[in-house]
Design a protein around this ligand. Sequence first.
Ligand code: ADP
Ligand code: FBP
Length: 316
Amino acid sequence: MKGMKMMITTVTANPAIDRTVIVENLRLGSVNRVIRSRVDAGGKGINVAKNLKNLGDEVITLGFLGPNAQYIIDCLEEEGIKSDFVKIKNDTRTNIKISDISRGEVTDLNEYGPEVSEEEIELLKESIFRYAEKSKVLVLSGSLPLGVPKTFYKEIIKEVKNKDLKIILDADNQALFYGIEERPFMIKPNLHELEDIVGRKLETLEEIIEEGKKLNKKGIEIVAISMGKEGSVVITDDAVFRVKPLKVEVKGTVGAGDAYVAGFAHGIYRGLSLEETIKIAAALSTSVVMKEGTGAGTIEEVNALKDKIEIERIER
Ligand SMILES: Nc1ncnc2c1ncn2[C@@H]1O[C@H](COP(=O)(O)OP(=O)(O)O)[C@@H](O)[C@H]1O
Ligand SMILES: O=P(O)(O)OC[C@H]1O[C@](O)(COP(=O)(O)O)[C@@H](O)[C@@H]1O
């Protein structure tokens, strides 16, 4: 077993305590009553790890964690998820999610996150390098807290990239822009993030696919573009797939993108076919939108939804 790559590592540079408040007919500038509220351990890599643990994969999650974030550690321990965070001086952020059940909309108020020092950044980098050696899949997700250079993901990809380690990058803006330059194995921008990096609005599916293909041509093997209630498209060297959304009762969309990424990490880790992987990703993310708060999907939910996912091979 020595030297075998056994695990998936997820990185959350900017974890969050997600506080979801459920309201009816949110009125800005007025007093609103909160019907109920909940707190979840959040942040993209943490959510990916929660889904992967539910699917039975060997996963560890890394990142920065402030002195106020014992709650996150407790949640992860309770779910049996391994973690190895760099403990930092400043507090982890709290992200507020206002879920308006009358309109079926969630409004996210995401903080920038704590200021992180150069020494703390070095510690996380070293830790990622160490775990990458033992990993088959490395998931780099989410925003970067203050003080972390926008080239952070790019530098990591450059250092650890090799044919035995598949890197999934799920970031936005400059962190994604620079990260792409080192050609991770996969990226999963949502439509808005894709528009940000291409610098224009994309009105049609053809335009979206065109831009996805350009990214694939740069050497990114899987470009998955998620489009919320419109489903997703997946572009590889060999094919373009349109993944139809399922019509379900939506209770909260927070964590849907992370579940989608987890589905891919799972499929890649287990060597599943691309079509099976896409179905798992779509099923996991669908199960998350059917839950309040920052949800994660389960094996039972994936099994119940997976075969309902329709995938259309549109070209190549
Ligand atoms: N309203 C919705 N109805 C059904 N499925 C949804 C809905 N919103 C998201 N999803 C599922 O979750 C996936 C990821 O959602 P998306 O909102 O694009 O990600 P992100 O959270 O990264 O913005 C979609 O491709 C789809 O499978
Ligand atoms: O790191 P970012 O981009 O600020 O996003 C953090 C937020 O995104 C989440 O990870 C959810 O992400 P998705 O809805 O894209 O899956 C929350 O848990 C967290 O509050």
